[in-house]
Design a protein around this ligand. Structure first.
Ligand SMILES: C=C1C[C@]23C[C@H]1CC[C@H]2[C@@]12CCC[C@@](C)(C(=O)O1)[C@H]2[C@@H]3C(=O)O
Ligand SMILES: O=C(O)CCC(=O)C(=O)O
Ligand SMILES: [Fe+2]
Length: 374
């Protein structure tokens, strides 16, 4: 008998340890932009300080309490891969607590934050963005990643108050998971998909064994925001990402591969973003769109990303109903961990590297624009 062990999400970087020197992380003290932060935008993307940055286009804002919300979600995901949502049911007080907790964390003195530093082969903890290694220059941000329980790391940061912060994080995860479930079923419903079509989603479609990652991002004020980048262009690896941003602009999404559109902060709204796994699941119908975060001179910015994905054993492949003679099978079967490992090596080329056939002309496949020229 052979036993295969399914790799845990928490072990994804054991095979690709990543040592990013977190000890140089004290952006608050810099009066001038060091050359190491003078951003070079990859050729595959439009300039990050595009003077023509779209003013006419804006990311759809959807009121989840309206009867036509499902239809609007379907349209937004087909054309943008992203939308903002209000009346989502997540208590505003919880969003506020999470925001102030995130500020408390990043406001700690640098040496103190480093007590909870992410280890090179670990996922949870404080550090530079994981994607830093794919860019020649540094990004103007710091982050804190949470997979599973943050208890151990929070104890190091707040020996007396850790349980309060664990509770907030736990409640936030619960609310986000439930919102993800709701949005995913509405979005799939618009494509004619029912719960019975998705075998790994559990009997009643409640995603009981799903996984999630919380990423707290902090973008300190920057002396030269026109030359620096907060978080370089990427797509998320999740099924769905729900992002909370404070009242400071910064998030931009790539529209039709040729322009960046700012996701204007709306009080109480959440940004919903298609990840690569939903792109695969829908056979490319809902594209995962590239996005980046720029910084500014007067206000610090924080964002909180909740990456929702399936259990480690779930095998994700394009849904049968979405594979037709006119819509050939675009992707093979993958698990989240397999895909994450590939992404840790191929980054923005991962999706196109596993693609089985050329996308149909006219179909929006954002990853064509993500191709890093070699
Ligand atoms: C399960 C995840 C999801 C990860 C990787 C791993 C842990 C941290 C997540 C992020 C957070 C920052 C952006 C991103 C693009 C990154 O570099 O690390 C995300 C990424 C992904 O969506 O791939
Ligand atoms: O800060 C933002 O608005 C973007 C964050 C993001 O894209 C991420 O964490 O994956
Ligand atoms: Fe992202």
């Amino acid at each position: 008998m052979t036993t295969t062990t399914i790799p845990k999400l928490t072990d994804i970087y054991k095979t690709h340890p990543l040592d990013i020197p977190t000890n140089k992380l004290n952006l608050d003290s810099l009066q001038q932009l060091p050359d190491t932060y003078d951003w070079i935008q990859p050729d595959a993307f439009p300039s990050f300080r595009d003077p023509n940055i779209s003013l006419s286009d804006s990311v759809p804002l959807i009121d989840l309490s309206l009867p036509n919300a499902p239809h609007l979600i379907g349209n937004a995901l087909k054309t943008w891969g992203v939308f903002q949502v209000i009346n989502h049911g997540v208590p505003i007080s919880l969003l506020n607590s999470m925001e102030s907790f995130t500020n408390t964390l990043f406001d700690l003195p640098s040496p103190h934050k480093l007590k909870a530093a992410r280890t090179p082969d670990g996922v949870t903890g404080y550090g530079l963005p994981r994607i830093s290694t794919f860019f020649p220059k540094r990004m103007w941000s710091e982050g804190f990643t949470i997979v599973g329980s943050p208890l151990e790391h929070f104890q190091k940061l707040w020996p007396n108050e850790y349980s309060k912060y664990c509770d907030i994080t736990e409640e936030y995860s619960r609310e986000m998971k439930s919102l993800c479930g709701r949005v995913i079923w509405l979005a799939l419903g618009e494509l004619g998909i029912t719960r019975e079509d998705v075998n790994w989603a559990e009997a009643n479609g409640d995603f009981k064994t799903s996984n999630a990652v919380i990423q707290l991002n902090s973008y300190p004020v920057c002396p030269d925001p026109d030359r620096a980048m907060g978080l370089g262009a990427h797509t998320d690896t999740s099924l769905l990402t729900i992002l909370y941003q404070n009242n400071t602009r910064g998030l931009q999404v790539l529209r039709e591969g040729n322009r960046w559109v700012m996701v204007e902060p709306v009080t109480g709204a959440l940004v919903v973003q298609v990840g690569d796994l939903l792109h695969i699941l829908t056979n490319g119908l809902y594209p995962s769109s590239a996005h980046q975060a720029v910084v500014n001179q007067n206000r610090k910015r924080i964002s909180i990303a909740y990456f929702f994905g399936p259990s480690e054993s779930a095998e994700i492949s394009p849904l049968n109903k979405l594979v037709t003679p006119t819509q050939p099978l675009l992707y093979p079967t993958v698990t989240w961990t397999e895909y994450l490992r590939k992404k840790a090596q191929l980054f923005n080329n991962t999706l196109s590297s596993i693609r089985l056939s050329a996308p149909l002309t006219g179909a929006l496949d954002i990853n064509d624009h993500n191709q890093v020229k070699v």
